[in-house]
Design a protein around this ligand. Structure first.
Ligand SMILES: [Fe+2]
Ligand SMILES: [Fe+2]
Length: 320
């Protein structure tokens, strides 16, 4: 493997964080409840498709799942599908030795079951067109993935923490509206995995704030300013994101209130000590970014309150 072009500072940081990673990994493994995707799929509802087996082709009238949950599941499945690239990214970033390497592989095991389970569920229940699903996966995975913060360990750690929390929020909210007991149980398990991933990374960040407070503040401001979901380049992603926002699965309000605010509070960003002028400036920017995110969330909630909201306006509410 080609190691990424990492600064000496970042290489030292990874070494300094290793004892914390080791403890967070132990606690992650101790809290693990392995679950088996096949137990959550209603196989008896399935029947052969057209093609080799000469079964029944998919038809839109067969889809019974709540439409917003269906869109949310397809959106999140496409993100989960790019796991080979994500594995490469974090293996290059954290390395495959010691506690970091054990984490990289364990995390990959847990993420792998999310995509398997969601795909099986959607295909068996005929919730979506399986040909379109496969074509979209193919186009998306073929495009690969590169983290926006390549070569920047702190920013990458902050990004993955935010992303795990955002994903957990979206799965939990889909569970709340999906109305199918089997699907709810599946989403509960996935959300729990994502939450445990977030807790692992958050423990590492907690140590990083203490070790390098100035750099941490700059990296956090940078990620908050530039955050975008990992599947942003997947076909139809923006449209699916708007549907999810309107359904309350993941909107600017959730991004602000359930992701950005809790994380900055947990890390005691506004109580951190030992900052130089550079760190203080970055922290002021974080405060400004939180205010702007709050305004965006409020604007979006007001848009949602307008009856019969036209699609174009809803889209503007999400983007602004
Ligand atoms: Fe996942
Ligand atoms: Fe995860």
């Amino acid at each position: 493997m080609n190691p990424i072009d990492m600064s000496r500072q970042d290489a030292h940081l990874l070494i300094a964080l290793e004892p914390v990673v080791s403890r967070a990994l132990d606690s992650h493994l101790n809290s693990a409840t392995d679950w088996y995707p096949h137990r959550y799929i209603p196989w008896s509802e399935g029947k052969d498709y057209d093609g080799v087996l000469g079964g029944e082709p998919w038809d839109p009238t067969q889809a019974r799942l709540d439409p917003a949950v269906r869109v949310g599941l397809i959106h999140n499945l496409l993100s989960e599908d790019n796991l080979p690239s994500y594995h490469r990214v974090i293996a290059e970033l954290f390395g495959l030795d010691g506690a970091w390497g054990t984490w990289v592989n364990r995390w990959t095991v847990e993420e792998g079951r999310h995509g398997m389970a969601i795909r099986d569920y959607l295909v068996v229940t005929r919730a979506t067109d399986p040909v379109a699903l496969e074509d979209t996966r193919s186009a998306h995975v073929q495009g690969g993935y590169e983290i926006d913060y390549r070569g920047d360990v702190l920013a990458s750690l902050i990004y993955v923490t935010l992303q795990e929390l955002a994903t957990r929020v979206s799965y939990r909210n889909m569970k709340q509206i999906c109305g199918e007991p089997g699907c709810e149980a599946l989403l509960q398990n996935i959300a729990q995995d994502e939450n445990r991933h977030m807790i692992f990374y958050r423990a590492v960040l907690e140590a990083a704030v203490q070790l390098v407070p100035d750099r941490f503040m700059s990296a956090l401001a940078h990620v908050m300013r530039t955050f975008r979901v990992p599947g942003h380049s997947a076909p139809g992603f923006a449209r699916m994101g708007r549907t999810m926002a309107q359904a309350g699965i993941y909107s600017p309000a959730q991004h602000h209130e359930e992701v950005m605010l809790p994380l900055t509070r947990f890390l005691r960003v506004f109580h951190a000590e030992g900052l130089t002028q550079e760190g203080e400036q970055a922290r002021e920017e974080i405060a400004d970014l939180l205010k702007a995110a709050e305004q965006r969330a409020n604007r979006f909630s007001q848009f949602l309150a307008i009856p019969h909201l036209p699609e174009s306006e809803a889209a503007a509410g999400v983007r602004r």
